[in-house]
Structures are given as structure tokens and as C-alpha cells.
Design a protein around this ligand. Structure first.
Ligand code: NI
Length: 197
């Protein structure tokens, strides 16, 4: 396994639409090696996820995992997941352009390609995920909460989008100021939980 260099904000590859992988490509040694490298690179950088364009490979491949992550303390763990050609569709009652509080999940997102900055992004709290696993088998699942936010962040990368495109611009903060001024209880907000309590 090899640690890959992470593309930083401004690299054109981060703004391109990644292409789909064929089954044959997905199962190839080259892609399987890329997957191993992405997992190692994500873990080394304490990422919650990583998309292939972030390591200069413009293909539809993402990895995610959260276990006691110092960059995201207190969030629910996410098992190691590798997805090729993921399609993520919101599964909430309210329309996306008028998302109800109960249907939303917001978190101060960060990104290994945009280091040192966080910003609040509000997203649908539940999504349907269809994709291929590394062997080429089809996955179709409903994800919610932090995991749903992370997969939306990662699939945005495959479309050439970054969290700064979606963040409330007035919430943008450097990491030091985030630690100082954003209280832990407002860093992650699950609309479903807040409307229940
Ligand atoms: Ni990112």
C-alpha cells in the first residue's frame, strides 16, 4: 500500500466529473490497489471519507470509515465502506429546496482537500445509496445521520463539487476559531433528534 498525495483546493481534478468504472476495471488489480491506497491515505489523514479525485484519479470510487476520529469526535462510527459508481438520492418527505428541519442533518464539514477550514452544511438526513462493492456486487441501502452526510460529501466530489460550495458562507471558520467559538453541541445537528426532544 502507498500513501497518495491529496489534491488541494484549486486542483482542476477536484472540479471534474469523475467517470464510472466498468465491472472489469473495478475488479482489476490497478483499481484494487487504488482502493487499498485510498483506505490507507484516508486513515493516515484522519479523514471520514475519501473520493478518488482527491488522489488525482477521476473515477467514481469512494471510501468511508469513522472509528474514534479526532477530526469528528462524538459522532457515530461508520464501518469501512468502499463504493464504486455510487448513486445517492435523498429519501425525505420535504423538497430539497425547502428542506424541513426534521428532514435535515447539519454538520460543520471539513475536507482533506480544503485543510484548516470548516463550514456548516445542511443536507437531507436520509438517503438511498445504490452502488457496487469492490467485488462488483450491488449494494442498495438506506443511510441516515452522519453517515448520510459523509456519503453525500463524498459523492459531491465525484461531481466536481466541494463542501464550500454548499456551506452557509457565514459559517465558514478556520479550525482554531472553530475550536474556540463553535460549541460542541452545535457542531452536529440532527433535525430528527431536535424535533423529537
Ligand atoms: Ni472532502
Amino acid at each position: 500500500m502507498t500513501l497518495r498525495r491529496i489534491a488541494q483546493l484549486g486542483e482542476p481534478v477536484l472540479r471534474q466529473r469523475a467517470r464510472e468504472l466498468t465491472l472489469e476495471e473495478l475488479r482489476s488489480e490497478r483499481t484494487q490497489r487504488l482502493i487499498e491506497d485510498m483506505i490507507e491515505t484516508m486513515r493516515d489523514a484522519d479523514g471520514a471519507g475519501l473520493a478518488a479525485p482527491q488522489v488525482y484519479e477521476s473515477v467514481q470510487l469512494v471510501v468511508l470509515e469513522v472509528r474514534d476520529n479526532p477530526r469528528y469526535p462524538g459522532v457515530a462510527p461508520i464501518p469501512l465502506t468502499v463504493l464504486a459508481n455510487p448513486v445517492v438520492t435523498p429519501d425525505v418527505a420535504s423538497p430539497l429546496d425547502a428542506l424541513a428541519e426534521a428532514d435535515s442533518f447539519s454538520v460543520y464539514e471539513g475536507c482533506l482537500s480544503v485543510p484548516g477550514i470548516r463550514g456548516r452544511v445542511r443536507r437531507p438526513r436520509r438517503v438511498r445509496v445504490t452502488a457496487l462493492d469492490p467485488t462488483g456486487a450491488t449494494i442498495a441501502e438506506l443511510w441516515e445521520g452522519f453517515r448520510a452526510a459523509v456519503i453525500q460529501h463524498e459523492t459531491d466530489h465525484l461531481l466536481g463539487m466541494l463542501f464550500v460550495d454548499r456551506a452557509d458562507p457565514r459559517s465558514l471558520t478556520f479550525l482554531r476559531e472553530y475550536e474556540r467559538h463553535v460549541p460542541p453541541e452545535s457542531r452536529v445537528r440532527d433535525g430528527a433528534a431536535s424535533t423529537r426532544s
